[in-house]
Design a protein around this ligand. Sequence first.
Ligand code: SAH
Length: 285
Amino acid sequence: MSSRRSWLLLVRKLLREYGVRPRSDLGQNFLVVPEVAHYMAEQAHLTSRDHVLEIGAGLGLLTQVLAEYAGRVTALEVDRRLVKILQHQLRTYDNVDLIHGDVLYTHLRHFRKVVSNLPFSIASEILEKLLCEWSFLEVAIVTVQREFAERLVAVPGTEQYGRLSILAKLYGEVRILRILPPHFFYPVPEVYSAIVEIRPKPRSEVPDVSPRVLSQVTALLFSERRKVLRRVLRDLSEHDEVWRQVYTLLPQELLEKRIYELTPEEVLTITKLYTGLRTESGGST
Ligand code: SAH
């Protein structure tokens, strides 16, 4: 296993040789600790029977480790400058498919696992794909900002609890495996990172509402997170007949709760009621 110093040197050398300045808007902080790459591959239990997707292959160092463990690796990268480097770095790996594309607009399938240091700026959108869209996914082992990880596992009544916690809880199981200090990446970011394990629930166990509507309703309610539900629904009722009906149908004790105290199941109940009434009243969801 190569040492940390050698990965750091290699990352800097590649960037210099190709004249690439890392773009922070694309979350380009490259992992420079080989042991962490191996740890991620091991946590995903990659074997030669596995097809793994890496979102944002960067300079290909994690990709090469994944290629040692997995039968097949799909390495996706949006930045053309890095794709050029990857073509060279990965040229001897015949089990790696390199794709130049944006994860949010590339149609991908066949893989069952994801291992990736997620681009932080679109972590939320990727999370929705992992939990709600890629129903064939077994497990994802991903690095995210520590604050983001804490929001994923937050429980009702806490500061970090919100839309992400609710989606995570209703659509999957999320665990924080490890916290990583900033200097494990180059350029060194300002924040700590966390490796999280995400296991989507099987289709038969996920709520039968549209994830999009659940997301919208949750975002709407949580924009007033400190207010009592009764008050929020009364405000919404002024412009929307469907919300007025939701208000009249919910039990009193639920209406007395503050938004950030609502459990994921309670938010789901509200969403289901809203969806049902909206369909009845002829609105589309
Ligand atoms: N896997 C590498 C790089 C992680 S940095 C490592 O571990 O070191 C995140 C990577 O995601 C960057 O290479 C960035 O260019 C890429 N990226 C950012 N937005 C993306 C998108 N929408 N689709 C695919 N890749 C993206």
